[in-house]
Design a binder for this molecule. Structure first.
Ligand SMILES: Cc1cc2nc3c(=O)[nH]c(=O)nc-3n(C[C@H](O)[C@H](O)[C@H](O)COP(=O)(O)OP(=O)(O)OC[C@H]3O[C@@H](n4cnc5c(N)ncnc54)[C@H](O)[C@@H]3O)c2cc1C
Length: 378
């Protein structure tokens, strides 16, 4: 019996374990470790912030993550030794035959001076709750939204946040006395898709949200409530930032990030194997040539599952990672658009856009439901 150890039961880890559970190989057991007792979709944070969803309702307990040959253990990963394929947790030591690191990305609020003191974010559940409470007291003024670093999770999410904030403030009657400005170091919202970028830029303009591409905010002056940029300081009453991301500390300490861009895990873009034999990385923590998003982690899980099955039987990897993912984008008013990206199948990435509609809103909800049905029981 060979053991596959998956670190992280997020989008990527859940999909990989589910696929391996379905594998015809009967000589494999799968152990999945996560520090949390439950899974939450990334986009649920928008529902927590703007639709009063309670975090308890958004959470899906791992007690419902039950698949044949898969064991879930709620433990904290404290050390990864990729050379010896050994993992320590707060409860045990593991020496698996195959190791997959799917520990996601952490937020580094301290990397932007002044942000932790005077800024708000909605990329964590705690941050979304804190901003929700602040918005309830917001009575108009200058709102600055900013992407503070690249890469970050879900490229459309900062724009979804801006459009849903516009809608929320309009509903409360305070939008007319609110100035909204959006800053980003990127030159376009979704660089791989000109049509998607154009639709988002047009939607921001239509809502009176000033868009400043290629203009990073490098810090805040909490005393003066100023966002600092290379071309001048910008006053705000409310600053909402997408925090800089980094690999989890336990990953950074493991040596897995050596050779990866900007501290992410170096992987073979075709197989998602690290330079250490039998050690794979997927999802937000991996330096694969795709954006950070659950849908890409999910596609990567398919490639890694096929690679693991082949490796356990002494065969070559049967498929190359294609970097595909369909991202749904909320525009407000119950309308959702989508971009269907394929980064690696062809000679160049393609990413056609479909305009927002109520039908795509239903499609997004059905996609989430489908994943819950596949990954969880009950
Ligand atoms: C506001 C927002 C909206 C989003 N919308 C979308 C969307 O519409 N579509 C989409 O595809 N993506 C979306 N995303 C992005 C998506 O949530 C992530 O890209 C995705 O979850 C990445 O999957 P992952 O498996 O790499 O990591 P994660 O899902 O983050 O899973 C990592 C897991 O590792 C665990 N972990 C970390 N460190 C340890 C440790 N030391 N010990 C034990 N366990 C540990 C964590 O508890 C976590 O469960 C959104 C994100 C945000 C913030």
């Amino acid at each position: 019996m060979r053991t596959v150890l998956i670190l992280g039961a997020g989008f990527g880890g859940l999909e990989l374990a589910t696929r391996l559970s379905d594998s015809p190989a009967d000589d494999m057991r799968v152990v999945v470790i996560d520090r949390s007792d439950s899974f939450t979709f990334g986009f649920a944070k928008l529902d927590i912030l703007f639709r009063d969803l309670s975090p308890a309702t958004a959470r899906v307990p791992y007690s419902r993550f039950t698949h044949p040959r898969v064991e879930f253990r709620q433990e904290e990963v404290t050390e990864i030794d990729p050379k010896n394929r050994r993992v320590r947790t707060d409860h045990a030591v593991y020496d698996p035959d195959i190791l997959v690191v799917a520990l996601g990305a952490d937020y580094d609020l301290g990397a932007t001076p002044g942000f932790a003191e005077d800024g708000y974010e909605y990329y964590s559940i705690e941050g979304a709750l804190r901003l929700r409470e602040r918005l309830a007291r917001f009575d108009g003024g200058a709102v600055v939204l900013a992407v503070l670093g690249v890469p970050f999770k879900c490229p459309p999410a900062p724009y979804e946040g801006a459009m849903l904030l516009h809608e929320t403030l309009a509903r409360r009657g305070v939008r007319s006395r609110t100035d909204m400005r959006f800053f980003t170091p990127m030159e376009a919202p979704i660089p791989v898709s000109a049509d998607t970028s154009a639709a988002i830029v047009e939607a921001l303009a239509g809502r009176g949200i000033a868009y400043a591409p290629g203009r990073p905010v490098h810090g805040l002056d909490p005393a003066g409530h100023m966002a600092l940029t290379a071309t001048g300081d910008v006053p705000y009453d409310l600053f909402i930032g997408i925090p800089k991301h980094r690999a989890p500390t336990v990953v950074a300490a493991s040596g897995l990030t050596d050779g990866g861009t900007d501290g992410w895990i170096a992987v073979d873009p075709h197989t998602l194997e690290t330079p250490y034999p039998g050690v794979y990385a997927l999802g937000d923590c991996a330096d694969a040539p795709v954006p950070r998003a659950g849908v890409f982690a999910e596609d990567a899980a398919g490639t890694v599952a096929a690679g693991i099955e082949a490796r356990l039987h002494g065969l070559a990897p049967p498929e190359r990672y294609r970097g595909r993912g369909t991202c749904h984008i909320e525009f407000g008013g119950g309308l959702v658009g989508k971009v269907e990206a394929d980064f690696l199948s062809g000679p160049a990435p393609v990413a056609p856009f479909t305009a927002p509609s109520a039908e795509l809103a239903r499609e997004k909800a059905a996609a989430a439901e489908g994943r819950l049905r596949r990954w969880f029981t009950g």
